[in-house]
Design a protein around this ligand. Structure first.
Ligand SMILES: [Zn+2]
Length: 99
């Protein structure tokens, strides 16, 4: 489903350059958030913007877990609950059936 990158609540427009496809679960966790706290430095950090940031600069797969080499990546993983145990378990099952 299309999601606002900058939420309407924060002045984000419903235009292609402010919309991104997101699964329902990520969308639910993101809510109106545009930032979060980097778990490594405790600093306020903006979220990954799929329209302007390069995915490979901010994320790496470590088996079924997504890790952030950057503050933006780490913060986005936390805010969107990308490594929630349920989601990691689901990925592990998908990786296992892929072999
Ligand atoms: Zn998702």
């Amino acid at each position: 489903m299309p999601d606002h990158i900058i939420a309407k609540q924060h002045g984000g427009k419903t235009r292609a350059d402010n919309l991104a496809l997101a699964c329902a679960r990520c969308n639910l966790h993101k809510g109106p958030n545009i930032a979060g706290v980097d778990p490594q430095t405790a600093k306020l950090t903006r979220l990954f913007n799929p329209r302007t940031d390069r995915w490979t600069d901010h994320f790496r797969w470590r088996k079924a877990r997504l890790v952030g080499p950057s503050a933006i990546g780490r913060t986005t993983v936390v805010v969107l609950a990308i490594n929630h145990p349920y989601r990691v378990a689901l990925r592990e099952m998908m990786l296992a059936t892929d072999e």
